[in-house]
Design a protein. Structure first.
Length: 426
């Protein structure tokens, strides 16, 4: 089926500012609360939120086989479970309705009033009820940097890393939408030099992790695996993801079983899920893989995406300093490889599951995706525009992540993924 929604010649009768992340070619999916306190599934064009529940009730999706209440829900899970064909039909139809040449809705003031909101009138919610959350560790630069910091340069990359897309099972209960304040975690840390009792208190090394995460549909029955050639069929879309990390808690607890309380206190996602379909024009080949992975992880073609990533820190009462610029294409292991690997043992993946990429660090020191790497565990503090310095994240700092793809014809963005740190409650 053609993705007519991606037609770059198309313009909307809704105003879209130049440089907007949300032209009519994007059509992401999210969940929001309207000014009348109604929760609904929606999309966004420019700075307008569009109520898909109202559109469906008013008959705009009559040609598509959808259940009556598919958009009148507080999560996208059921819509995602409908599968790729339905996502495409709906995105194509939205593009058609909002096309500048189409008067159906444009010329119906009563319907427009029910369907269209200004972004400042709505409150974005978590777009999916996340069932299982898995976090990968797919950037070679990041794994090498962290390995060097935690274990020394000689043991930086573990012997399995170039063969296995490494990941761990995270926790979904503490994944929150952009804008939710984050409380600095309390916890144990490594005993100080010459001490035998561990440290305990508010984390001193609070960090962000610049990641992207993909949301899956029902993919496989338990015991059956997803072949790598089919893997992308089961990916609904991508969000920007800040996987907050307390490095002092992490360093003390992570052996032998891996990440735990240093990671599971909070993770922030951007509220609009950008579909894999919308990102089609931005496919690129992933970094070459040497040694060649096992056959079940081999896939020819362009299986990565060129998505610019940026992180800024805004101290309270002062302006933002950009601290990192990276790109999703630096990821060594692709999403298709991650999904094929995740299910190779028969593990079943469901609609609404989320898979984080792991911190995305690029090859240069200004493209690292965490403060741990950017400041080399505090050895090289970052100078902020207001004259202060940061080794890690301070209380009342706001961390802002942005992501967008752009070529001469179109820009497809993710908006922002924002979180402000509140002091620990002891
Ligand atoms: Mn992570």
């Amino acid at each position: 089926m053609l993705i007519t929604a991606n037609n770059t010649n198309r313009k909307s009768w809704l105003n879209v500012d130049k440089g907007s992340d949300f032209p009519i070619q994007n059509i992401p999916f999210g969940v929001f609360l309207t000014r009348d306190d109604i929760i609904t599934i929606g999309t966004r064009i420019g700075d307008y939120a569009i109520d898909l529940g109202a559109m469906h009730q008013l008959g705009y999706f009559n040609e598509i086989p959808l259940t009556d209440d598919i958009f009148l829900q507080d999560s996208l899970n059921d819509f995602i479970a409908d599968g790729r064909k339905t996502w495409r039909l709906v995105r194509n139809r939205i593009a058609e309705v909002f096309d500048t040449t189409n008067g159906e809705l444009r010329d119906n003031a009563v319907h427009k009033d029910k369907i269209i909101f200004r972004m400042e009138e709505v409150e974005m919610q978590l777009p999916v009820e996340i069932g299982d959350y898995t976090d990968f560790y797919a950037s070679k630069e990041h794994a090498t940097n962290v390995g060097t910091l935690f274990r020394g340069a000689d043991n930086a990359l573990m012997p399995n890393w170039l063969h296995v897309p490494i990941g761990y099972h995270g926790r979904s209960s503490s994944i929150v939408p952009s804008g939710t304040p984050i409380r600095r975690p309390l916890g144990q840390s490594r005993p100080a030099e010459g001490e035998s009792t561990p440290g305990f208190g508010p984390s001193k090394l609070l960090d962000f992790e610049l990641e992207m995460a993909f949301i899956t549909t029902d993919a496989n029955k338990m015991g059956k695996r997803i072949k790598i050639e089919e893997a992308e069929e089961y990916i609904f879309g991508i969000v920007l993801f800040n996987d907050w990390s307390a490095r002092d808690i992490q360093a003390w607890e992570y052996q032998p079983l891996g990440p735990f309380l240093g990671k599971n206190f909070a993770s922030t996602i951007s509220p609009w899920i950008v579909t894999l379909d919308a990102l089609e024009p931005f496919r690129v080949t992933n970094p070459s893989q040497e040694p060649t992975p096992l056959p079940y992880l081999q896939l020819e073609g362009k299986n990565s995406f060129d998505i610019n990533l940026q992180v800024g820190i805004k101290p309270k009462g002062s302006k933002e300093t950009i601290v990192a610029n990276s790109n999703f294409k630096y990821m060594y292991w692709t999403m298709a490889q991650q999904l094929a690997h995740h299910t190779v043992n028969g593990c079943n993946v469901r609609a609404g599951d989320m898979m984080g990429s792991g911190t995305i660090s690029g090859p240069t020191p200004d493209s690292y995706g965490s403060m741990l790497e950017l400041t080399w565990r505090g050895a090289n503090p970052i100078k902020m525009d207001d004259g202060t310095e940061r080794k890690f994240i301070n209380d009342k700092d706001t961390v802002i992540m942005r992501a967008y793809s752009e070529n001469e014809e179109v820009r497809i963005g993710f908006g922002e993924c924002v979180g402000k740190i509140k002091p620990t409650k002891e």
